[in-house]
Write a protein that binds this ligand. Structure first.
Ligand code: SF4
Length: 319
């Protein structure tokens, strides 16, 4: 029997403007007034920030914190956390929201997993988050490197939880199985946005395929926590967000993140709307009322933001 869900108060979550009938143009210089105060962050280059920066340079490692222009970099790096980006720094896709370089990637670096493990050890991480560029040029999308990286961290830092944020592997379920075989604590794959906006936000991805990936990951290993995330502010409606949450709940995802889309440059998709902090609180309530075990929602929430705290909260649920 379907549960009746509490309605999100219209007074809190403002109705989004009517969906556009045409794609937002990448070069369209549309911003809904200036950036609101709750999105302003203080750039503090403290000692830990500099330590992580030089560690990454010394070990020739990339982080998504830098490549994706993450607004939390000063806070996260000062707290001693970072998200490693493996498989190079050139992505084979060119999503409308993403600041990572796209083009023809370089060779595979088989020594990278050991260097990531060395950095995890040097940073003393309790929770390591590993993501990658998308490598559609490789047979298994680089899944073997994900597996080797998880194993190298397990070997060197047995007490560290490992979270991987993986691409869709173009629906190659063998590649997914290779990743799952190394038993990450959390398998994350972002839906990024509502299905209607896929042609502009993730033109080479398919919403249903991403849902299937998350569902299959859970079926392959029920102990792995699954996680996904979306950005808001790209022109989605509240009903569309609710429908995504229902899908996420239906396929048994444990953690969902929701954050504000920020435009990395004029070449990227415009921001349609800035959500207020209390609207994020309401989205969190809505997702958890639908039944998702943990929803992390806030203007500056990103997939890896406070990832360890999310795992701790759910450790009694699945791990
Ligand atoms: S939220 Fe994630 S990507 Fe952003 S700085 Fe923190 S660890 Fe890096």
């Amino acid at each position: 029997m379907e549960r009746e869900l509490p309605l999100v108060s219209e007074s809190v979550v403002q109705p989004a403007p009517a969906p556009r009938t045409r794609p937002p143009r990448r070069r369209e210089n549309y911003q809904p007034t200036g950036k609101p105060p709750w999105l302003k962050v203080r750039a503090a280059l403290g000692p830990n920030y500099r330590r992580i920066e030089s560690l990454m340079r010394d070990l020739s490692l990339n982080t998504v914190c830098e490549e994706a222009h993450c607004p939390n970099i000063f806070e996260c790096w000062e707290r001693g956390t970072a998200t490693f980006m493996i498989l190079g720094d050139i992505c084979t896709r060119a999503c409308g929201f993403c600041a990572v370089k796209s083009g023809r990637p370089t060779e595979l670096d088989w020594a990278e997993p050991e260097r990531v493990a060395e950095a995890v050890s040097a940073m003393g991480l309790k929770h390591a988050v590993i993501t990658s560029v998308t490598r559609d040029d490789l047979t298994n999308g680089g899944a073997e490197i994900f597996r080797a990286t998880i194993r190298a961290i397990r070997e060197r830092c047995p007490g560290t939880a490992v979270e991987v944020l993986i691409p869709d592997y173009e629906g190659n379920w063998e590649a997914l199985a290779i990743t799952i075989e190394a038993r990450p604590d959390v398998l994350n794959h972002n839906l990024e946005t509502v299905p209607r906006l896929y042609p502009w936000v993730r033109p080479k991805a398919r919403y249903e395929r991403s849902l299937e990936l998350l569902q299959r990951a859970k079926a392959m290993d029920g102990d792995v926590l699954t996680k996904t995330g979306i950005m808001v502010g790209l022109g989605e409606t509240l009903d569309e967000i609710r429908k995504v949450m229902e899908d996420v709940h239906r396929i048994g995802v444990d953690i969902m993140t929701i954050g504000q889309y920020l435009r990395p440059s004029i070449k990227h998709l415009p921001v349609e709307r800035y959500y207020r902090p209390e609207e994020f609180d309401e989205l969190k309530r809505m997702g958890e009322a639908i039944g998702i075990p943990h929803v992390e929602a806030g203007p500056l929430v990103r997939s890896s933001y406070h990832a360890h705290e999310q795992l701790e909260k759910l450790s009694g649920v699945n791990v």
